[in-house]
Write a protein that binds this ligand. Structure first.
Ligand SMILES: C[C@@]1(CC(=O)O)C2=NC(=C\c3[nH]c(c(CCC(=O)O)c3CC(=O)O)Cc3[nH]c(c(CC(=O)O)c3CCC(=O)O)/C=C3\N/C(=C\2)[C@@H](CCC(=O)O)[C@]3(C)CC(=O)O)/[C@H]1CCC(=O)O
Ligand SMILES: NC(=O)c1ccc[n+]([C@@H]2O[C@H](COP(=O)([O-])OP(=O)(O)OC[C@H]3O[C@@H](n4cnc5c(N)ncnc54)[C@H](O)[C@@H]3O)[C@@H](O)[C@H]2O)c1
Length: 156
């Protein structure tokens, strides 16, 4: 591994998390995030069935429309997972600009370009008192998935 990322275990229970995009990847990630936070807003014109179910259960907030500039204003953590590379990239740029203006860092992750991520989304295994996060620095997500499956359950 040329450059490995440090697995920092962080309390995100009070952090505002905005997920832009409501497809397969967003659904998988929201399912994982719900193990750690109840403050999740999903913004997407088209929602995966499991996200619609979570909204109906009152577990997440959804905005049923395309992303608009300013939607990340109150966010601490932003995940871009749309199928539009330019939308994902511009949300990252907005996080940087807003962070500089407000003097607070908005942590950004995008599912389609690891070079733009402030952090990587891990594969997660959670038991009653243990959390395991797995990451290959983007080199082998399929292997990460396989290890997660061998270790235990997970979001999918
Ligand atoms: C762990 C997991 C978490 C999750 O997503 O929940 C995750 N990827 C998973 C699966 C997966 N990802 C991809 C495939 C299909 C390809 C294949 O089969 O190889 C599969 C397999 C599948 O989906 O079955 C493709 C892919 N992945 C990234 C890019 C863009 C790039 O590298 O630049 C592309 C090309 C996208 C495109 O084509 O546009 C980037 C990232 N993916 C990450 C996380 C971050 C650290 C990854 C690491 O540790 O190496 C990182 C770097 C950034 C981030 O996204 O945070 C999850 C397993 C969860 C589980 O099963 O538990
Ligand atoms: N990191 C990973 O693990 C991984 C794995 C596979 C694919 N990907 C990447 O993730 C992207 C998303 O994959 P998917 O399978 O979830 O796609 P998908 O087609 O299932 O979902 C796309 C979602 O984006 C939404 N969307 C499109 N434009 C939008 C906008 N302007 N504002 C808000 N929402 C918008 C759609 O409504 C839909 O909900 C892929 O294009 C691919 O680049 C990442």
């Amino acid at each position: 591994m040329d450059k490995a990322y440090f697995p920092m275990f962080v309390d995100i229970s009070e952090k505002e998390i905005v997920v832009v995009g409501g497809g397969n990847i967003a659904a998988r990630r929201v399912k994982t995030l719900l193990l750690f936070s109840d403050h999740i807003t999903v913004i997407a014109p088209r929602l995966h069935d499991s996200l619609a179910d979570l909204e109906a259960e009152g577990r997440i907030t959804c905005l049923h429309r395309a992303y608009r500039e300013g939607d990340i204003y109150n966010a601490h953590i932003v995940l871009a997972a749309t199928d539009d590379k330019e939308v994902n990239r511009s949300i990252g740029e907005e996080c940087n600009i807003l962070g500089q203006k407000c003097g607070r860092k908005i942590l950004f992750n995008t599912a389609d370009d690891r070079t733009l991520c402030d952090f990587y989304f891990p594969a997660v295994v959670q038991t009653e008192d243990i959390v395991i996060g797995i990451n290959s620095g983007g080199k082998n997500p399929a292997k990460v998935k396989e290890i997660r499956r061998r270790l235990g359950s997970g979001p999918c």
